[in-house]
Ligand binder design. Structure first.
Ligand code: 13P
Ligand code: SF4
Length: 302
């Protein structure tokens, strides 16, 4: 039997659902019951009636699934698949910053640990960061951990003071204007779709700034036939699969090594053993749930 068939069989036996992020390798995207961005995956995790959630993504995504739906068995097939940006913000330091700015609201990008979320007023993803900050009455915002996303949100609210944490995603932060200019030279008619984890000068090159799911929505609706995709390179797999008449040009160097740690073999082993599980203390789940549910209530922004 082929690996993908074994997955299907075990999935039925376990009453499991396989949730897959858009940056996962193609063979993992192909076995997903749902493939999506961070917001879509959180929404699915919160409402699934499966007993087991196999999360093909990184640590903070699987943790969010556990927080939103704690009675489920949540499995991250590779426990070392930790987002380096999420690790750049810790709850203790955030607590000290909070004390220094008592009037400020803390907005935590979902790319944070459950402990950081527990210290936050509301979460956001790249699809709704602008909408989430816009819904807050506070003039002062502490935005963690992505400085690029925080600076992007600041563009929409000149009247607010957004204190950005010095975190960043190396995969997006290392994309340069020169790479985009070169792709633009080769494909002058292609609109440029940029993820807001990119640096401000890269964002300035965008025809559309969007989350990974927002890119898909934009590309589907657009009459254009070619697109330059400025985010992790495997995003173009799903874009091409769902838009076979269109062409997508990736930034070939933009690879998230953590996302590639999930393999078919590890998914099969997880389905067989129901390990390694995400386990979190009950009080932490209760605290982290509040900002995550506020985010889900606010909904999609792009
Ligand atoms: P989205 O899929 O929510 O746009 O997030 C990108 C990302 O970097 C997830 O780690
Ligand atoms: Fe983290 Fe960046 Fe990888 Fe997303 S792409 S999981 S933010 S390192």
């Amino acid at each position: 039997m082929q690996a993908a068939e074994i997955v299907q069989q075990l999935k039925k036996e376990r009453n499991a659902v396989i949730l897959v992020h858009n940056y996962q390798p193609p063979e993992i995207q192909d076995i997903g019951d749902f493939v999506g961005d961070s917001l879509g995956l959180s929404q699915k995790a919160a409402t699934t009636d499966a007993d087991v959630i196999i999360f093909c993504g990184v640590d903070f995504m699987a943790e969010s699934a556990k927080v939103l739906n704690p009675s489920k068995t949540v499995i991250l097939p590779e426990p070392e698949a930790r987002c380096p940006m999420a690790a750049m913000c810790d709850a203790e330091t955030l607590g000290m910053v909070r004390e220094k700015y008592p009037e400020a609201a803390v907005v935590a990008y979902v790319n944070t640990s459950a402990a950081v979320k527990a210290q936050s007023d509301v979460c956001c993803t790249s699809s709704n960061a602008v909408k989430v900050v816009g819904a807050l009455p506070n003039k002062q915002i502490i935005f963690v951990p992505d400085c690029n996303l925080g600076k992007y949100v600041q563009r929409f609210f000149p009247e607010k003071d957004i204190l950005v944490w010095p975190g960043f995603c190396a995969t997006h932060d290392s994309i340069t204007v020169a790479e985009i200019d070169e792709l633009k030279r080769q494909h002058p008619k292609a609109p440029v779709l940029v993820h807001p984890e990119c640096r401000p000068d890269v964002i300035d090159k965008a025809d559309k700034v969007a989350s990974t799911e927002g890119m898909l929505t934009f590309a589907k609706a657009s009459p254009e036939k070619e697109f330059i995709i400025v985010t992790e390179k495997d995003m173009t797999y799903r874009l091409s699969k769902e838009n076979p008449d269109k062409t997508f040009y990736p930034i070939t160097m933009a690879i998230c090594p953590t996302m590639k740690m999930i393999t078919l073999e590890k998914v099969i082993k997880s389905l067989e053993t129901l390990e390694p599980r995400i386990e979190l203390p009950e009080d932490l789940i209760a605290k982290a749930k509040v900002p995550l549910e506020r985010m889900i209530e606010i909904g999609r922004g792009d």
